[in-house]
Design a protein around this ligand. Structure first.
Ligand code: UGA
Length: 438
């Protein structure tokens, strides 16, 4: 079976590499020739542990290649995965479907042999049914194009593992041949006992957004309790551990801090609200606007703590920001709470030094006015305050002894609840953490 993957961004590049790793001949397709050139040399335009190695291995073996040519893959592949982006529309909550629509229309125009198109992008419910109509209408005469929906649940930083060893597979199908084809594509993964859910289009589309909405809600749930423990005392980490022992709740995604960001959770909960609102069901997902608000309030809290620790005025003071990626093991700064907090402190007049092991370059493109430096030592030099905003391992391991010789004043805010606060307090530091009373 020959496979094409349309879109070579985060999702598409990972999926193409995963399909090659499963043994298929794969072509990654993108409209951006620069991306295609780089990928063809085995270079990845973003940071993802383990992925460049797999891409290089299969580019070298000839099993994986990249092209901008739809006509070539339309005549070649049996299965076309669509993994293009669905970003939030500027100034609106709804997802922008122009890339998905363009990809599907290009496929319809160029597919010259019977094929299965498989949607992987995160889309508003109802999209698959609409695209199926589009494919039927636009397919060439005598060519049968079926559609299936197969949402993707990979996390940045764990993309390879999540692709090759997913928690579950979901197939949304609406034609007799789609399920057997998808079973054949994923045969090796299914053979390991991975749960498979075969369902209709709408359920498959909703599974994806429901999962992300649940995860976002879980994070905002613990962060809402942070607001309470900050006011009355108590330890948010212990609270999370204690409720997390209940297997019905579970400890994962109960890490309190500056909240969720990235290219998925924030935009997905907004797009879901926009979609249900179109359906006249605003009330069903209204709680997600609260989830969003709680999340955004965490950034304000971090800024407020920084300013109070510095006596109410940050102007001309030197702040060391550790981490601007939206989470560790990623160079992604899309909707990054950390970058937002750093930028707000800059806007308030602080001199902000930033060090992130991977995300400096992306952050500098988005917000160039911060002082990006190449090491923790440079970032902390003469700092009046250190702000730990993304929990990279190198920051989690920090001790008072590491930082004290560098900084001008011993002040630390742990916005991710990852260092031992007592150790800093005992060493004479002014210490605050999100979720703890200060
Ligand atoms: C998320 C989902 O976890 C994936 O399952 C999904 O496939 C993906 O979106 C997607 O839709 O493509 P990702 O955006 O890579 O994956 O990041 P997460 O690991 O979910 O983290 C999201 C944010 O939540 C990060 O900013 C992280 O710092 C924050 N977070 C996470 C917390 O604040 N607390 C936690 O306990 C966990």
């Amino acid at each position: 079976m020959k496979i094409s993957v349309i879109g070579t961004g985060y999702l598409g590049a990972t999926h193409a590499a995963g399909m090659a790793e499963l043994g298929f001949d794969v072509v990654g397709v993108d409209v951006d020739p620069t991306k295609i050139e780089r990928l063809s040399r085995g270079e990845l335009p973003f940071h993802e542990p383990g992925l460049p190695e797999i891409i290089r291995k299969h580019v070298d073996s000839g099993r994986l290649r990249f092209t901008t040519d739809y006509a070539e893959v339309g005549a070649w592949a049996d299965v076309h995965f669509v993994g293009v982006g669905t970003p939030q529309m500027p100034g609106q909550h709804a997802a922008d479907m122009k890339y998905v629509d363009a990809a599907v229309l290009s496929l319809a125009e160029h597919i010259t042999r019977d094929a299965l198109v498989v949607g992987k992008s995160t889309v508003p419910v109802g999209t698959a049914r609409r695209l199926q109509g589009l494919l039927r209408e636009k397919a060439r005469d005598g060519v049968d194009i079926s559609l299936a929906w197969n949402p993707e649940f990979l996390r940045e930083g764990f993309a390879v593992k999540d692709t090759l060893e997913p928690d579950r597979l979901v197939f949304g199908v609406n034609s007799p041949d789609a399920e057997p084809t998808l079973r054949a594509v994923y045969a090796k993964i299914l053979a390991t006992g991975t749960p498979l859910i075969v369902t209709d289009f709408e359920t498959a589309e909703l599974v994806k957004v429901a999962a992300n909405a649940f995860l976002a809600t879980k994070i905002s749930f613990i962060n809402a309790f942070s607001e309470v423990t900050e006011a009355v005392g108590g330890d948010i980490r212990t609270l999370a551990d204690a409720i997390g022992h209940d297997t019905r709740i579970g400890r994962r995604f109960l890490n309190a801090g500056i909240g969720f960001g990235g290219g998925c959770l924030p935009k997905d909960i907004r797009a879901l609200q926009a979609r249900v609102s179109e359906l006249g069901l605003d009330r069903s997902m209204r709680f997600l606007s609260e989830v969003d608000e709680i999340n955004l309030r965490r950034r304000e809290r971090a800024v407020y703590l920084a300013s109070s620790m510095l006596g109410g005025e940050v102007a001309d003071l030197r702040i060391c920001v550790l981490g601007v990626a939206f989470k560790p093991e990623s160079d992604d700064v899309r909707d990054s709470p950390a970058l937002d907090v750093a930028a707000r402190l800059y806007e308030m007049g602080a001199a902000v030094n930033v060090y992130d092991p991977e995300a400096n370059a992306n952050a500098a493109r988005r917000f160039p006015r911060l002082n990006y430096v190449g090491s923790l030592t440079e970032a902390a030099a003469d700092a009046d305050l250190v702000l730990l905003l993304t929990e990279w391992d190198e920051f989690k391991a920090l001790t008072p002894e590491d930082l004290a010789p560098l900084v001008a004043h011993r002040r630390l805010i742990d916005a991710r609840n990852v260092v031992d606060g007592d150790r800093f307090r005992d060493a004479g530091w002014d210490f605050a953490a999100l979720g703890q009373r200060y």
